[in-house]
Ligand binder design. Structure first.
Ligand SMILES: [Zn+2]
Length: 142
């Protein structure tokens, strides 16, 4: 082991459209935008509504609960960070409030068998110095 372990590519947290999202992740809040004019849920964060182009977007906080919309199991990667994770799951997740975001499903023993479309998941946070990255894990059946 060395202290030069490959690192996950990280976002620019000072990018104008997404800054507020990344700031909220420091408090483990998943925030998204909703149009004050037409009600459209807007994801990813941006300056104008994708439904009506209005610029009055209001920030909302999601519960962190959602369902797997679709997914793929990555079995080979040439990226120094990701190749140490294979096999792993990349998924689109629909949060209950509407945002559909791209993430990883973690906390599964067998990525090829333990993830399915419609699966109930919840956001878990991968910690970094000034922000956290939202991943998801399965919600155990009640
Ligand atoms: Zn709108």
């Amino acid at each position: 082991m060395t202290d030069q372990q490959p690192k996950r590519p990280l976002p620019d947290i000072n990018e104008p459209d997404t800054r507020e999202f990344w700031q909220a992740t420091a408090n483990r809040e998943f925030r998204y935008q909703q149009c004050a004019n037409c009600g459209t849920v807007v994801w990813h964060p941006r300056a104008h509504c994708t439904g009506c182009t209005n610029g009055d977007l209001q920030w909302q906080t999601a519960s962190g609960l959602g369902n797997v919309y679709s997914f793929s199991v990555v079995r080979q990667s040439y990226h120094p960070f990701f190749r140490n994770l294979v096999p792993y799951v990349v998924a689109y997740v629909d949060l209950d409030e509407g945002p559909r975001f791209l993430t990883n499903v973690v906390g599964v023993a067998d990525p090829g068998e333990d993830v399915h479309i419609g699966q109930r998941v919840r956001v878990v946070w991968e910690a970094h110095d000034e922000f956290n990255i939202p991943l998801v894990e399965p919600v155990p059946a009640a």
